[in-house]
Design a protein around this ligand. Structure first.
Ligand SMILES: C[S@@+](CC[C@H](N)C(=O)[O-])C[C@H]1O[C@@H](n2cnc3c(N)ncnc32)[C@H](O)[C@@H]1O
Length: 179
């Protein structure tokens, strides 16, 4: 009996270690690519979703979707939501969340630079300034007129936000652009 409990205990410790290790890998893959995995807090997700004014069957992207929380929330409103995530462990974590909580929405593994987002009605981003600059240079011209971009924290260079929610706390502002 003691051996059995020891075995379970070791499995538990091993699982925790694997989970932490995968978390580190996920964090650093994102960081190397330009934005580490730092999930948006649930209250901020709610605000971002409200700010986006999503209507049913609109096409929504979260570019660098992390664990998929924004994709799942947008899907609950009937949106056709897609999340793109570059980091394998973070992507798997999003798939796991989707499975366990029976969420709707599509999670794709890949780089946001390789995805055609020209059909977007709403785009969510939480990316560092360097990536926002590249996003502005490479992607905005491919979007249809009137696309709403909701950015957590960082400005979209070359564009003026139509609205800003300034928040207290460490996670910064939420900015809305219509391009
Ligand atoms: C700050 S997190 C935001 C996660 C999620 N959008 C949220 O608000 O909770 C940025 C995410 O972008 C991912 N990422 C970084 N570079 C990427 C790229 N080129 N293509 C797709 N995802 C990328 C990272 O792995 C990370 O999960």
């Amino acid at each position: 009996m003691t051996d059995f409990f020891l075995f379970i205990f070791l499995i538990l410790i091993l699982s925790i270690n694997i989970f932490i290790f995968m978390g580190f890998i996920g964090f650093f893959t994102g960081a190397v690519s330009g934005a580490p995995f730092v999930p948006t807090g649930s209250k901020t997700v709610e605000k971002m979703i409200r700010f986006a004014n999503i209507k049913a069957s609109e096409k929504v992207y979260d570019l660098g979707c992390g664990d998929g929380r924004i994709v799942f929330e947008a899907s609950r409103l009937g949106a056709n939501a897609v999340g793109i995530e570059i980091s394998f462990p973070v992507y798997w974590f999003a798939l796991l969340r989707k499975k366990i909580f029976k969420e709707k929405g599509e999670i794709r593994r890949g780089s946001l630079w390789d995805v055609d987002i020209s059909d977007a009605d709403v785009i969510f981003v939480y990316l560092l300034p360097k990536m926002m600059k590249r996003f502005s240079e490479l992607k905005i011209s491919t979007l249809q007129k009137g696309t709403r971009i909701i950015s957590h924290g960082f400005e979209l260079p070359g564009y003026t936000p139509v609205e800003i929610i300034a928040r207290e706390g460490s996670q910064g502002r939420i900015l809305k652009y219509i391009v």
